[in-house]
Ligand binder design. Structure first.
Ligand SMILES: [Zn+2]
Length: 282
């Protein structure tokens, strides 16, 4: 029996690591196909419920991240493990969530690559910062993703521009030519903070909803916070994504999942500090 289970687990782990974006996820199975709380979705202000949610609070997000920071081409994305320092709370989050890793989704020369859409508009790329509930400090991210309120993801849209202000986030994009082959990695040098990884955007406006991981096995216990403000990155830096290669030596492009049905879910939109404004007024 144990042997049988081990074989089954191995098969599942192969399936899980073998997924691809040939059909933008339409051919993925299990929860990915039958789940009713899947991500990404189109976030529209018209259909979102305005809610007086608190801001997201960022604890220690101004501190320089402990180095070395290793950027890895894992065949699906450019991925960087993060030191589990500080946390976020507020918004629709139930509890404190500690940063775990960051990765990206992108398109190609002729296609946009964000996963979520905002008001029917998809962007050139999307940043995902994965957080784990501090309650599950002794669990892995994979284990926490199976537990209630286990995972929170912060998402930021990226749009390409021809010229932009110099940004510390550029360090990540400038390192991409060092990780072109599958499984290659490189070290990011210099000072980098969590705030800078978020592109120093205004985090006061965001959409939030209950969704899933956007890669197999598409577990549905994820609280999404997608910021309205978009970060601008030079097109020539975004183009660095397109030269990465996957485990078959092919270009790693269009690593985004197609939009999912919202079903009966509610999406909330948070736009301002209503309470603070009222207090100021009084
Ligand atoms: Zn992602």
């Amino acid at each position: 029996m144990i042997l049988y289970c081990t074989i089954l687990l191995n098969i599942f782990s192969v399936i899980r690591s073998e997924y691809n974006y040939d059909q933008q996820g339409a051919d993925w199975t299990g929860t990915c196909r039958y789940g009713r709380n899947q991500s990404p979705i189109d976030l529209t202000q018209k259909h979102a419920t305005m809610k007086h949610l608190p801001r997201i609070e960022f604890e220690k997000y101004d501190l320089a991240l402990r180095t070395p920071l290793l950027l890895v081409n894992n065949g699906h994305t450019a991925h960087m493990e993060l030191p589990p320092v500080g946390h976020i709370k507020g918004g629709m989050l139930r509890g404190k969530f500690v940063p775990q890793s960051v990765h990206f989704h992108w398109g190609s020369l002729i296609s946009k690559g964000s996963e979520h859409a905002i008001n029917n508009e998809r962007y050139d790329a999307e940043i995902h910062i994965i957080h784990k509930n501090s309650r599950y400090w002794d669990k892995s991210v994979g284990e926490a993703s199976q537990l209630p309120n286990g995972i929170a993801v912060l998402a930021v849209m990226i749009k390409s521009v021809l010229r932009e202000e110099e940004s510390e986030l550029n360090k990540v994009f400038e390192a991409l030519p060092q990780i072109i082959p599958y499984k290659s990695n490189t070290t990011i040098y210099g000072r980098l903070t969590m705030k800078q990884l978020l592109g120093n955007i205004d985090t006061g406006k965001f959409y939030t909803y209950k969704g899933s991981l956007t890669t197999p096995d598409c577990t549905e216990l994820v609280t999404w916070t997608v910021f309205k403000e978009v970060v601008s990155i030079r097109l020539s830096l975004i183009a660095n994504f397109w030269s990465l290669t996957n485990s078959h030596g092919q270009p790693l492009i269009n690593n985004y999942r197609e939009l999912q049905d919202i079903h009966r879910r509610k999406v909330y939109y948070r736009s301002c500090d209503v309470l603070k404004k009222l207090l100021d007024w009084w």
